[in-house]
Design a protein. Structure first.
Length: 134
């Protein structure tokens, strides 16, 4: 049963907050390709990443950062800001995964995008390139 959030005395069901992720400019095409391949919007893709990789992250697929400060993307990189409106539950769950690893949300998103990209390439369905018969 969904919980109601009361805003100015009116119940609001599916409250969402605008969020943003910064991804390296060289990964924008990859992100767009993955979203097209999976037929998902960015909020739906975030849900997918949480469901797919969340248990593995808590299971130890990535080692949490041993540094006392949170791990961020390199400062010198060129980044594009992707604004979107995820479900609050998804954003909280993703934030908890990032906190567990002591990583920033952007750093975690890029790592998961790269993992998912590799999995799509392993499927070998030729969505990403031109097939030239021999």
């Amino acid at each position: 049963m969904p919980r109601h959030i009361h805003f100015k005395s009116r119940p609001v069901m599916h409250h969402r907050t605008s969020s943003s992720l910064r991804i390296p400019a060289n990964l924008e095409l990859r992100l767009n390709s993955v979203l097209a391949r999976r037929k998902m919007s960015l909020p739906a893709y975030l849900d997918f990443l949480i469901q797919r990789f969340g248990p593995a992250i808590y299971g130890g697929v990535f080692a949490p950062s041993a540094r006392p400060k949170r791990l961020y993307q390199p400062v010198s990189g060129a980044y594009l800001q992707k604004n979107f409106v995820p479900r609050n539950e998804s954003w909280v769950a993703f934030s908890q995964l990032a906190s567990f690893l002591n990583w920033s949300r952007c750093y975690l998103f890029v790592k998961l995008l790269k993992l998912d990209w590799k999995d799509l390439l392993k499927q070998g369905d030729n969505f990403f390139g031109v097939h030239v018969p021999f």
